[in-house]
Write a protein that binds this ligand. Structure first.
Ligand SMILES: [Zn+2]
Length: 314
């Protein structure tokens, strides 16, 4: 691991985090939590998801995705953050297309970087695929996480909230390199600029809106990171929503893993009976819930103190 920080500083921060996060969970949306960690507001996340779905299909290089990005930028700015739009072009099976990631950093410019990421594009089909869960849910939860994390000042790491374009393949099947355009580009940029040396971990969220939310045990993920989030969920009373079936899922975390960044995919890959709603007409608002967005957001927040301690230790 490239980063070490003052152990006593890290331990203090992790402790403060744990207390404030737990108070956030207990108060469950009320304003009584410590100001250092505003609780995750699932109603706000739900609003974001409805906005995404209302745009309709949002495949890479579409006007609708451009509108989604504009919405994300406006939201991040409203939290006092400074979003960066990372434009690039890439060859695809349909020729060269324009893509753009959006990211914003929360924390000091010299601390270890922890990337919290999701994809914002929807898979292109020749029918009306609105992608409530895939990828409205990740977009919604990551935006609300950004709002919750933005005001916290004392923290041993910097969080980069990264909304990537082009996770979905342009062709119907997900065959490399026709997928992960945005995360691959972002990692290539981190390597080109040398910033990769700051990156300590990547936490990917994807498909976390399912009404019957239970995060899969994703076997490509770093097992220690997965354990940190699942343990935190159990300790927060959310154990019923983790430890799902063991599944190997190829997703944006592979781009970070290829640069030796420890990465975890928090994903529920059982959407509807036998995953029947995934990439299907039934991926609509009726089959996702605000409650699940709230659970997913709280699991991420609950796991961050442990993740921070892990980053400082490694
Ligand atoms: Zn998908």
């Amino acid at each position: 691991m490239p980063y070490r920080k003052s152990a006593e500083h890290g331990a203090w921060c992790a402790c403060a985090w744990t207390l404030s996060i737990l108070s956030g969970i207990v108060s469950c949306g009320s304003s009584s939590a410590a100001p250092s960690a505003p609780p995750f507001d699932e109603a706000r996340a739900w609003t974001h998801m409805k906005e995404m779905v209302a745009l309709g299909p949002r495949p890479a290089a579409s006007e609708e995705l451009e509108r989604a990005r504009a919405y994300i930028v406006r939201e991040l700015e409203s939290y006092g953050l400074t979003p960066v739009v990372e434009n690039f072009r890439s060859e695809t099976p349909e020729g060269e297309l324009s893509f753009a990631n959006v990211y914003a950093d929360i924390g000091p410019g010299d601390a270890p970087l922890v990337v919290l990421t999701t994809h914002i594009d929807t898979k292109r089909f020749d029918w009306h695929f609105v992608g409530a869960n895939d990828s409205g849910s990740g977009t919604a939860v990551l935006l609300e996480l950004a709002r919750a994390l933005a005001p916290v000042s004392a923290r041993p790491v910097t969080y980069r909230v990264l909304f990537v374009d082009g996770e979905e393949s342009i062709r119907e099947t997900w065959i490399d390199p026709d997928n992960r355009y945005g995360s691959r580009h972002h990692v290539a940029e981190l390597e080109r600029t040398g910033e990769i040396r700051r990156v300590a971990a990547c936490v990917l969220i994807d498909l976390i809106g399912d009404k019957d939310l239970r995060l899969s045990h994703e076997t490509l993920s770093n097992p220690e990171l997965l354990k940190i989030f699942f343990r935190a969920a159990r300790e927060a009373g959310l154990g019923a929503h983790v430890d799902g079936p063991r599944r190997e899922i190829k997703d944006d975390h592979l781009s970070f893993m290829s640069a030796n960044i420890p990465s975890v995919d928090l994903i529920d890959f059982e959407y509807g009976p036998n995953n029947a709603y995934w990439h299907d007409k039934r991926d609509t608002l009726e089959n996702v819930s605000a409650a699940s967005l709230g659970i997913a957001g709280r699991i991420v927040l609950a796991g961050l103190p442990g993740l921070e301690a892990w980053v400082l230790k490694n």
